[in-house]
Design a binder for this molecule. Structure first.
Ligand code: DGL
Length: 269
């Protein structure tokens, strides 16, 4: 049995394409319908209620387009909005898979880097401690990293310097594992390596969630073996900007579409 409907993936912007890429690697037979809510980015500075409202609109949009399941690629939305979400579809967030991978490999000291809202929610630290009470967790909000990635400065000296400043307290705390708690950060791995060296394990939630989605789709009888057509990327604003980054992240052609989610936009910062 094969279910050809696409997997829906959404993020506040382009960063979630790292999750789409990881899903494509783990599940080469699946089609992906991606929604980047670029009109309302960033989510990482917004309140729980606003992020929950945006998340519901995004999932309703993907459901209306006929997806069979949804991956919430955005760490901020996973941390703040999943408990509020109402949907009949199977849904995965990125916090639990990332926390499970970190808990499985850490020698005891875990650092988490994420947006301000994700750090404030304490979602990673709670998930990690629920898995292993012995873990020492240090979290660091890194608000400058998303704009640097959106600018394409993946391993620019400025980015490396910014990372040095953010990571100093975590390195002083002798972390052995670092959770990349934001969709954009997997693109910074070469820059991160320059700062943390080889002795710290980097946990990419994108790869972690892809492995869990592959396993669960099989269990639910929802797997597809044959991808139908190219990936389809919907954005709520700035198609051209996304087209450039999508090529850099996915390394393959995508069909781009500008969509209007029709909820009046707006939110609190
Ligand atoms: N996608 C967000 C996350 O993973 C980062 C970008 C934003 O602030 O919206 O937390």
């Amino acid at each position: 049995m094969s279910d050809p409907r696409p997997i829906g993936v959404f993020d506040s912007g382009v960063g979630g394409l790292t999750v789409a890429a990881a899903l494509s690697r783990a599940l080469p037979g699946e089609s992906i319908l991606y929604l980047g809510d670029t009109a309302r980015l960033p989510y990482g500075t917004k309140s729980e209620l606003t992020v929950a409202r945006y998340t519901q609109t995004n999932v309703d949009f993907l459901a209306g387009r006929g997806v069979k399941a949804v991956v919430v690629a955005c760490n901020t939305a996973s941390a703040l909005a999943l408990p509020h979400l109402v949907t009949a579809l199977p849904v995965w967030g990125v916090i639990e898979p990332g926390a499970r991978r970190a808990a499985a490999i850490s020698a005891g000291r875990v650092g988490v880097i994420a947006t301000e809202s994700t750090v404030r929610s304490d979602a990673y630290a709670r998930a990690l401690r629920a898995l292993r009470a012995d873990l020492e967790v240090r979290s660091q909000a890194c608000p400058l990293l998303v704009p640097l990635v959106e600018e394409g400065w993946f391993d620019d000296p400025v980015t490396v310097e910014v990372l040095r400043r953010y990571l100093e307290p975590l390195l002083e705390a002798a972390i052995d594992t670092l959770v990349l708690g934001c969709t954009h950060y997997p693109l910074l791995v070469p820059a991160l390596r320059q700062v943390v060296g080889e002795g710290v394990a980097l946990v990419d939630s994108a790869a972690a969630v892809a492995a869990e989605v592959a396993r669960d789709l099989e269990r639910l009888g929802l797997r597809s073996e044959h991808r139908e057509g190219e990936d389809h990327v919907c954005v709520t604003d700035a198609v051209e900007r996304l087209a450039r980054l999508a090529r850099e992240i996915l390394h393959r052609p995508v069909r781009l579409e500008l969509v209007d989610l029709g909820d009046g936009g707006g939110g609190t910062r």
